[in-house]
Design a protein around this ligand. Structure first.
Ligand code: ATP
Ligand code: MG
Length: 338
């Protein structure tokens, strides 16, 4: 299928669970802003319907939704240039999600590793929504005929499923209707790891707050978390190859590189032979310098929740205007009487 038929359009989303963390910022939000400023049409979503696949206290969900909107804007997202809204205000997401539940196969869904990770040992007690999460995500993306989706590395498998769903829909109905979307997983921070365990990704929902840097953390908290981050006793090598078997050290170097917009090799060259006793304070200073202005701006925006709600409602109106005709055509293709 030729992709030229579809004009370039970017969509991505983040769940309003807990607080935005550094991995979300470096792997997602920072890149969303770059794409917005590259002139391409950009649509960014707060995926509240995804958030409730695990239990959320209603008051916390409301706070996290507004806080994530504030985080997007404080990081440089411009709600006029980009479309910014929360998913539940555009009903077409759930509607197309249902169609895709009927396109995706159980065999495909059973291979999704995020479900296995999040459901844990007691799979019988996981919500049905947690299992069908990837079909709703495919709907989020394809509802806008999205061509490019910037995400972290952990979402690669869901993007592949989205492509499979688009291809099967097109093939089943003999149409060239949904694009085969390209994942955009780029940069040194596509997988920021937990500060406590170099084999686990940093996550908003990790039970340990020490495992991550929240975008709302103050300077002392950031410094403390970096000081206590798991490392090893060796000094930093002069070449990146020396970090191959040192995941925790590699992670801190990557974070430094992403925050300073340098390459990881440039960072090890700068700190070659230094102990973590020297490197960690430098990283903490850098993190505070980059993140404190964002946290302060989030704080300021959160003082006016009515303004945030107004921005989200405005974004939802714009998103709906794109989504409604695409859903309508989808229903017609499927054979629904309209
Ligand atoms: P949760 O624990 O609730 O799943 P999360 O931190 O994984 O939260 P998501 O809302 O699931 O955040 O993901 C939002 C975006 O951030 C996605 O594009 C995802 O790939 C990216 N992302 C999440 N964690 C990381 C990470 N550690 N490094 C880089 N990107 C990440
Ligand atoms: Mg996640």
């Amino acid at each position: 299928m030729s992709e030229t038929k579809f004009t370039p359009r970017v969509f991505s989303g983040i769940q309003p669970t807990n607080h935005l963390q550094l991995g979300n910022y470096l792997g997602a939000v920072k890149r969303f802003v770059e794409m917005q400023n590259s002139g391409i049409e950009t649509i960014y979503c707060i995926v509240d319907l995804h958030a409730i696949t695990v239990w959320q206290e209603p008051a916390d969900l409301q706070r996290a939704t507004r806080e994530l909107a504030a985080g997007y804007i404080a990081s440089g997202l411009d709600p006029e240039k980009s479309i910014l809204f929360n998913q539940s205000q555009v009903a077409e997401h759930a509607q197309l999600g249902w169609i895709f539940n009927c396109v995706a196969r159980m065999g495909w869904m059973n291979r999704m590793t995020q479900f296995k990770d999040k459901a844990g040992k007691d799979r019988e007690k996981a919500s049905v929504g947690l299992f069908s999460y990837p079909t709703l995500m495919a709907a989020d993306i394809l509802l806008y005929h999205t061509t490019h989706v910037p995400v972290g590395e952990d979402q690669k498998q869901h993007l592949e499923l989205t492509r499979d769903i688009a291809a099967k829909f097109n093939n089943d109905f003999g149409v060239d209707f949904f694009p085969i979307t390209e994942p955009v997983i780029e940069g040194v921070a596509t997988r920021v790891m937990s500060l406590r365990d170099g084999s686990k990704k940093m996550s908003k929902s990790d039970p340990s707050d020490m495992s991550r840097i929240n975008m709302t953390d103050d300077a002392d908290t950031i410094a403390k978390k970096i000081r206590k981050a798991k490392t090893d006793p060796d000094p930093l090598p002069d070449h990146l190859d020396g970090l191959a078997d040192r995941p925790e050290a590699r992670n801190l170097v990557n974070i430094y590189a992403a925050l300073s917009e340098a390459t990881p090799q440039a960072v090890v060259t700068q700190f070659a032979g230094k102990q973590f006793g020297d490197f960690k304070p430098a990283l903490a200073d850098l993190a505070v310098a980059k993140l404190a202005p964002i946290a302060n701006e989030m704080d300021r925006l959160m003082q006016d929740p009515a303004e945030i709600d107004r921005i989200l409602a405005h974004g939802a109106t714009r998103a709906h205007a794109i989504a409604a005709p695409i859903l309508e055509k989808t229903y017609k293709i499927v054979g629904m009487v309209r």
